[in-house]
Design a protein around this ligand. Structure first.
Ligand SMILES: C[S@@+](CC[C@H](N)C(=O)[O-])C[C@H]1O[C@@H](n2cnc3c(N)ncnc32)[C@H](O)[C@@H]1O
Length: 324
């Protein structure tokens, strides 16, 4: 519960909660909803595509609903002053539709606090309990990783994730019509030696993306819009809202500065994004990815084990026959 109380404090620092009607998207067991209600009172709704036994303990003022708000005709859950969502968007199968839905159920001027794991980040495979080096999902085909699990007789499956990048998120924020008020990232410093070793795969991605694990954004539904972009007529000289925020403006400048025009085969120029600069503190810190196993077993596949792994044609790896 302490973790939920901390999260709630953090939410309140970003957007004062008292007196607000709050929605949590992907509420899981509901701890944050319970803590919001306990600390600030008010009406709290949590939605999730699955239900949890803990929901039975929901106090008055907390409503927990099993509903997919990206469904064709989603359940009516009313309007909200504040929406919170943590570690959910990467699991949502239709993330753009969910953003539009969030916009629609926000009152004008309402806020969305969104934290999501980024697919090009080091930990996005969600296999960090078993694989202790960064970006396994970018380096190796799923079947190869599955082979490892089979070799080790591991039955675990990892949660499904979409592949949204930072640029995808910002494009979506723009397209839906959100103002981006604040952006921050959780960053894992890049291990240069590791990246060099697998540069054939990792050079496909900007360093900017590779080092970013989580995006944390504070979005606002503009108070002067009655609905999303589909009803919004851009006045002459209009700047997309997310470019007005200094942080986001820098983001777009980065993207734009790194856009070069190259000639395509048919002679038509086409835009190409190249790797951009970004904070790169280097060092051998990929080991910070190594989580402590909760079951006390020795590590299954650690960074040092890579020496036993042979890259094979087609982008896969061959599991070492012994030594694990
Ligand atoms: C990693 S858990 C995070 C739970 C909670 N937000 C937390 O921070 O502990 C992801 C949750 O998102 C839910 N989820 C996945 N897709 C969803 C969707 N389309 N709508 C609502 N919840 C969804 C999952 O069922 C799961 O409970």
């Amino acid at each position: 519960m302490e973790r939920a109380a901390r999260r709630v404090e953090n939410i309140n620092r970003k957007v004062p909660v008292a007196g607000k009607r709050v929605l949590e998207i992907g509420c899981g067991r509901g701890e944050v909803c319970f803590a919001l209600n306990k600390t600030y009172g008010g009406d709290v709704v949590g939605v999730d595509v699955r239900s949890y036994p803990e929901w039975e303990d929901a106090p008055r003022g907390v409503t927990l609903l099993q509903t997919d708000q990206t469904a064709e005709d989603p359940q009516d859950i009313g309007k909200f002053d504040l929406i919170y969502s943590n570690s959910v968007w990467e699991h949502v199968r239709h993330p753009f539709k969910m953003l539009k839905r969030a916009f629609d159920v926000l009152k004008p001027g309402g806020h969305l606090l969104l934290s999501a794991n980024l697919h090009r980040g080091p930990k996005a495979s969600h296999r960090y309990r078993d694989i202790f080096f960064p970006w396994p999902h970018l380096l190796f085909d799923d079947e190869i990783v599955e082979q490892f699990y089979q070799t080790l007789n591991l039955k675990r499956t990892s949660a499904w994730v979409n592949q949204l990048s930072i640029a995808d998120y910002f494009n979506y924020f723009n397209m839906v019509g959100f103002d981006v008020l604040h952006t921050s990232y959780s960053i894992t410093p890049i291990d240069e030696a590791f990246v060099q070793r697998f540069s054939d795969k990792l050079d496909r991605f900007p360093r900017y993306d590779l080092e970013r694990d989580f995006i944390h954004v504070k979005l606002r539904r503009p108070s002067n819009w009655s609905s999303g972009l589909h009803k919004f007529k851009r006045p002459a000289g209009w700047t997309p809202p997310s470019r007005r925020h200094p942080g986001a403006k820098r983001f777009w400048e980065n993207i734009e500065a790194s856009t070069e025009i190259i000639a395509s085969n048919n002679g038509q120029p086409s835009p190409k994004l190249t790797a951009t600069a970004g904070r790169n503190s280097g060092g051998a810190n990929a080991r910070t990815l190594r989580p402590q196993r909760t079951d006390g077993a020795s590590s299954i596949l650690g960074i040092s084990d890579l020496s036993g792994i042979k890259m094979v044609a087609g982008g896969g790896i061959e599991p070492p026959t012994s030594g694990l």
